[in-house]
Write a protein that binds this ligand. Structure first.
Ligand code: FAD
Ligand code: FES
Ligand code: MG
Length: 281
């Protein structure tokens, strides 16, 4: 069985949207969950968050950033191509309830996984304050979709080309310092951003949830690759998460484990790029 790519487009430089026909996954998909895919029999498995799903059409949409060999290969595929494996939905769904006022923060490609949660939390009756950030205006994702599901939308760019000149954390801090009653914060993005958000919300005692992107191999709790430390307990992000209480996560361990295969990842990308060019190095 293979999984057809129905749509593939580059949304902003290096960030791509891909919609795949996978009716069995779409039937059960919920916000907060992810899939694991393999492009072909020589490919590695990689996890990607379900950014959107359509149960009637039987489709799953992912948004991914080109970082290394597999995401580069994925970015070269087009509508009509097939993926070999497409497993999911994996991980626990996000907890959707009427909590009151929820701040949702998406950094970079993290806006994509934040979107289905914002939509579901809005439908559940919450007041949604969204904060989306990127390095520059040209890299901002899904501003229009986020605006549709938000009561308030804040934009930040590192270089000031759109919205607040600075980081998403500046806005969270401002909102909390103003005394706004916030019942929950959900932050998805680079670990360094999620750690900074946790540092800001901790003194205000606001429940803060992050989605951990640790290295995953099987995605079903068997290999241990995705182990993280949460409240001094070892957890497997794929089956115990991917969402955890940000105030309990050991982000230093997460970041060091994310970097352990960097030499091999660099070599794999160089070899892939070389093979594509047909050079003999
Ligand atoms: P590589 O050069 O192999 O790796 C680049 C970096 O990505 C590594 O240094 C490492 O930190 C990380 N990485 C590498 N392999 C894996 C792996 N098997 N599992 C997790 N991280 C890895 N990225 C997106 O762009 N969009 C998403 O929606 C998204 N959702 C994710 C959901 C979950 C639950 C997890 C765990 C990760 C998610 N990621 C997402 C990260 C994505 O899986 C990696 O960027 C991708 O695997 C990199 O593969 P590569 O071969 O292109 O890069
Ligand atoms: Fe293997 Fe989580 S990816 S245990
Ligand atoms: Mg890789």
């Amino acid at each position: 069985m293979s999984f057809s790519i129905l749509e593939k487009q580059e949304l902003v430089p290096t960030i791509h949207l891909m919609t795949v026909r996978a009716p069995a996954v779409a039937k059960k998909a919920q916000p907060g969950q992810f899939i694991m895919l393999r492009i072909d029999e020589r490919g590695e498995r990689v996890p990607l968050t379900i950014a959107d799903f359509d149960r009637e059409k039987g489709t799953i949409t992912m948004i991914f950033q080109v970082l290394g060999k597999t995401t580069m290969h994925l970015s070269m595929l087009k509508a009509g191509d097939d993926l070999l494996d497409f497993i999911g939905p994996l991980g626990n769904p996000a907890h959707i309830e009427n909590a009151g006022t929820v701040i949702l923060i998406g950094g970079g490609v993290g806006v994509a996984p934040v979107f289905p949660q914002a939509r579901a939390l809005k439908s559940a009756g919450n007041k949604i304050i969204s904060i989306i950030g990127a390095r520059n205006a040209g890299l901002l994702l899904w501003e229009d979709r986020m605006r549709e599901v938000s009561d308030e939308l804040h934009i930040t760019t590192d270089d000031g080309t759109k919205g607040h000149h600075g980081f998403v954390t500046d806005i969270v801090k401002k909102i909390l310092e103003q005394g706004t009653k916030v019942d929950r914060v959900i932050a998805i993005g680079p670990p360094v951003m999620m750690r900074a958000v946790a540092g800001i919300t901790r003194p205000f005692n606001v429940r803060t949830i992050v989605s951990l992107n640790s290295i995953m191999v099987d995605g079903t709790g068997m290999c241990g690759a995705c182990r993280v430390l949460v409240g001094n307990e070892t957890k497997f992000a794929c089956v115990d998460g991917p969402e955890f209480d940000a105030h309990l996560v050991d982000f230093t361990l997460l970041m060091s484990r994310l970097a352990i295969y960097q030499p091999e990842e660099k070599e794999a990308l160089e070899k892939y790029t070389c093979d594509r060019k047909g050079c003999s190095c």
